[in-house]
Write a new protein. Structure first.
Length: 478
């Protein structure tokens, strides 16, 4: 594609020939012949420093926000390289989001489960569905590739292009705060933006909650979306509902919100690993049984119901779709090991761990064990907070490895333990041994919660992703 077409309707100055570009790149090591390289500045790195390597690997043009003295190469000057990359990637792949409906789900917790609930409803409505998120990218369950919660803009547009070419009707996409802050999804027109909740996370990047809030809020305020669905049980969600100017629906699972929320859950009954509730909507009421425990999953279901209603799906179809969903991989997956219930979940934030343990407590009148750690090089502030929550809500805590990355696991464990006042815990850094120890300690009728990794099939140590799975460890004991 010609440079001029790639930057059509983008504020940019092209210096040099209007070349034919074969591909877009932001990693200089991955550039192929005929490629266009985006010089993205890092926290401590000048993106232009990688231009020479990119040219050596085959780039014939670069995009920069700074003047360069490189000769014999076309240069595209822009004010914001990240923003330009997102918009250019959309142009390069033919703006695929315009040919499908896109549902974007943002929030600290619940994004993955909500997207899979949406998929179940949409499939019941006869739609072909694509999913992009933490678990990877899928078309009707067919795995495409793994990625960050929200892929980088070039890869995101490529994936959307594949979905369009495979006649996908609706894309359900997780949208992270990082993606919003770094303009990753500019160039994607979102039909519905769905907000689940906001609690402390990613403060290593955002520094404080105000910055984190602003990033989430931008999804609903800055021209990203046509419609919104908002959880007003969440304080920030309630604030958001007062600000948004696009059409929106609100939801709540608290009876005091009757008359305030558009979609409300009442008559909640719990039955071991399932639960039923009556949902009241502008279109009437329906009783729905979820094959998932935890009040937070009722909230997730209400968000999915709201988005589905905006798409014109009837309540009976919504009910049937939700009731056919058995589980979401890595989210409150339950196994039985010699009379002990074992729950694997991705919860890795203070609020996520709290909700998980409260839901797990409902499944036993006996002891509750929890095995968890915290990721390295990520938000150290939450470590003692999670230790305190674990001690308060569980009978016994085993602190272990998560993804230590480039930190010493002992230091992470020490930080978690600093939030624990009593002695109902121990540290066992070998995660597999920690899980086996918890299940060995548990007796018939007890519950063991394994939190933090969910469906991840690796453990990240010193930059290497070593094969590892909580699920495989547990199933080896069944």
């Amino acid at each position: 594609m010609k440079l001029s077409l790639i930057f059509e309707n983008i504020e940019a100055e092209i210096v040099g020939d209007d070349l034919d570009i074969s591909g877009l790149y932001h990693n200089s090591k991955e550039v192929k012949e005929g490629g266009l390289f985006f010089c993205i500045d890092g926290t401590n790195v000048d993106g232009n420093a990688f231009a020479v390597e990119a040219l050596q690997n085959g780039a014939i043009a670069i995009v920069s926000s700074k003047k360069t003295d490189l000769s014999g190469v076309a240069v595209v000057y822009v004010k914001d390289v990240r923003l330009a990359m997102s918009l250019a990637a959309a142009n390069f792949y033919g703006n695929p989001s315009k040919d499908m409906q896109v549902l974007g789900v943002t929030g600290t917790n619940g994004k993955t489960t909500t997207t899979f609930m949406l998929e179940a409803i949409l499939k019941e409505a006869g739609k072909k569905v694509g999913i992009i998120g933490t678990s990877g990218s899928f078309i009707e369950g067919r795995f495409l590739e793994s990625s960050l919660t929200t892929p980088d803009p070039i890869n995101l547009q490529k994936i959307l292009g594949i979905m369009r070419d495979n006649n996908v009707d609706v894309v359900c996409m997780e949208v992270s705060a990082h993606a919003l802050e770094l303009s990753k999804i500019r160039g994607v027109m979102t039909d519905i933006a769905l907000f689940t909740n906001l609690t402390e996370d990613h403060l290593d990047f955002f520094k404080d909650m105000q910055n984190y809030k602003r990033a989430k809020e931008s999804f609903f305020m800055d021209g990203y979306a046509k419609n919104a669905v908002i959880n007003i049980d969440d304080d920030f969600g309630a604030e958001l509902a007062e600000k948004v100017e696009i059409p929106f629906l609100t939801y709540s699972r608290r009876s005091q919100k009757i008359g305030k929320a558009d979609i409300i859950a009442g008559g909640i009954t719990h039955n071991n690993l399932s639960q039923s509730f009556v949902v009241s909507t502008p279109l009437g009421q329906e009783t729905i049984t979820l094959n998932m425990a935890g009040n937070f999953n009722i909230s997730n279901a209400l968000g999915a119901i709201g988005a589905s209603l905006l798409l014109g799906i009837d309540l009976e179809t919504i009910k049937n779709g939700l009731e056919k969903l058995k589980e979401v991989e890595g989210r409150f997956n339950c196994y039985c090991v010699r009379g002990v219930k074992v729950i694997i979940d991705y919860a890795h934030t203070p609020d996520g761990l709290k909700n998980l343990l409260l839901a797990a407590r409902e499944l036993t009148s006996q002891k509750l064990f929890v095995v968890f750690g915290c990721g390295g090089n990520r938000d150290p502030i939450k470590r003692p907070i999670m230790g305190k929550i674990a001690e308060k809500l569980a009978d016994y805590v085993i602190i272990t490895n998560d993804n230590p990355r480039f930190e010493d696991p002992k230091d992470i464990a020490k930080a978690i333990a600093s939030g624990i006042e009593g002695d109902n815990y121990l540290v066992k850094l070998d995660r597999e041994k920690a899980i086996k120890l918890a299940i060995k300690k548990a007796k018939n009728g007890d519950v063991v919660v394994i939190a933090g990794k969910g469906a991840e099939d690796y453990i990240d140590i010193m930059g290497k992703k070593l094969p590892y799975s909580d699920k495989k460890v547990v199933k080896s004991l069944v």
